[in-house]
Ligand binder design. Structure first.
Ligand code: DCP
Ligand code: CA
Length: 406
């Protein structure tokens, strides 16, 4: 049975939340990211500001030159998180098959729901109205038979739009669009494809698979399928994880502290990214070690305050590791780090010290870049050392444990 999938994405999210709180800002060029005399970049720009060429990632100082009359706001992450929770709660009322992506985006599988709402198009209309009424925000919607086409359709419908692609029209809808508009094509891939004379998604769809595999490796095959509107990926509700952990076995048992620390740091970043993707915080940090003789130990520490930062996970893991290494002098075969006692994020974060908030925002920014360019696009000094230990590609290091999730 052909599926019907909705992709929904809030317009100019951070800015729109500010405009809903202060209606005097509506219809005006507004930027969230900070005052232009501060170093930093635009996090979100209203569509009125975009008309002046402003966009996310642009230095604030450049933004203020292009559009001096814009209102520049510091913004408040807890406010956006709060709005995000309300947004997701509205969506849950419409379908249990909900997959949130970040704070302001989600997929819904609504196959068969026509009979309840008349049509999926009408259903999406009701969802958009409700979001507007309850949150004062505009959402754009794409409807299609698979995730990739629904996502591109919502992007095309922006702002405040709705675009449904009928079954059978996926390929003709995608074909004229520039390759950069296909999810999964980042800057590097775009350049490579252009080098091969491939400019549109349609060009990509008819390029022989072998050519793509030769130039792009395994991701060539995936992109070829997506360009042809073939995307079997399911809408996956996140599920209530009780704990999140990552572990790996070393190729050769080791007692080398810097290798152990580098691996721990990398695994902590993986756990942190997963935790933030689920929008959860953790109270308990757990370290696991297996020694050369296969005895396995776990050591745990309970934090005073819940966290979702890579740094807190690593720092606690490192203390547990140092203690364990002092107590046992054997070579290490496997190392793992995990978090448990998961809770909803604390809402009073803005009352804490600003450095905690900055760290939170830094981690979120790193997550976004990694989502776009691959996990190893950003590395810390500590994990760089892993280059000598494990092979890596854009998705991360190839560790001995092929499936890093437990
Ligand atoms: N964000 C950020 N830094 C970026 C990109 C995004 O802080 N480089 C934040 C601010 C955005 C929010 O994430 O409001 C959602 O990102 P989107 O890419 O969905 O962008 P917007 O919602 O702002 O605009 P659009 O209407 O294009 O979806
Ligand atoms: Ca958005």
């Amino acid at each position: 049975m052909p599926r019907r999938i909705i992709h929904i994405d809030l317009d100019a999210f951070f800015v729109s939340v500010e405009q809903a709180l202060n209606p005097a800002l509506k219809g005006k060029p507004v930027v969230v990211g900070g005052k232009p005399d501060r170093r930093g970049v635009v996090a979100a720009a209203s569509y009125e500001a975009r008309a002046f060429g402003l966009h996310a990632g642009m230095p604030l100082i450049t933004a203020s030159r292009f559009c001096p009359q814009a209102t520049f706001l510091e913004g408040s992450f807890p406010r956006y998180r709060n709005a995000s929770h309300k947004f997701m709660a509205i969506l849950t009322d419409f379908s249990p098959f909900l997959e949130p992506i970040g704070l302001d985006e989600a997929f819904l599988d609504v196959t068969g729901f026509e009979s309840i709402y008349g049509s999926i198009d009408q259903m999406a209309g009701i969802i958009r109205q409700q979001i507007n009424k309850e949150l004062g925000l505009c959402a754009s919607v794409g409807i299609a038979s698979c995730k990739v086409v629904a996502k591109v359709a919502s992007e095309k419908s922006k702002p405040d739009g709705l675009l449904e692609i009928a079954a059978g029209e996926e390929v003709s809808f995608l074909a004229p669009l520039p390759i950069a508009e296909l999810p999964g094509v980042g800057k590097k891939t775009e350049q490579k494809l252009k080098g091969l004379g491939i400019r549109t998604i349609g060009n990509l769809a008819i390029t022989p698979l072998n050519t793509l595999k030769l130039h792009l490796g395994a991701s060539g095959e995936l992109l070829h399928q997506l360009a042809n509107g073939i995307d079997e990926r399911k809408v996956e509700p996140p599920g209530a994880a009780k704990s999140i952990s990552r572990e790996t076995t070393f190729g050769k048992d080791t007692a080398d502290r810097s290798s152990l620390t580098a691996t721990l740091s990398y695994l902590s970043e993986r756990v942190g990214a997963d935790l933030r993707q689920r929008d959860k915080q953790a109270r308990c940090i757990n370290l696991k070690l297996r020694y050369a003789d296969f005895t396995t130990i776990t050591r745990s520490h309970t934090l005073k305050q819940t966290t979702d930062t890579d740094q807190a996970i690593f720092n606690t893991g490192k203390q547990l590791l140092d203690k364990a290494l002092l107590a046992e002098r054997q070579l290490v075969r496997l190392i793992g780090i995990g978090v448990s006692s998961l809770t909803e994020p604390a809402q009073q974060l803005d009352m804490l010290d600003p450095s905690a908030q900055r760290l939170e925002q830094l981690n979120r920014a790193v997550d976004r870049i990694r989502k776009k360019y691959g996990f190893t696009a950003i590395q810390t000094g500590r994990t760089l050392q892993l280059k000598d230990l494990f092979p890596n590609d854009k998705n991360g290091y190839t560790l001995e444990t092929p499936d890093l999730s437990l």
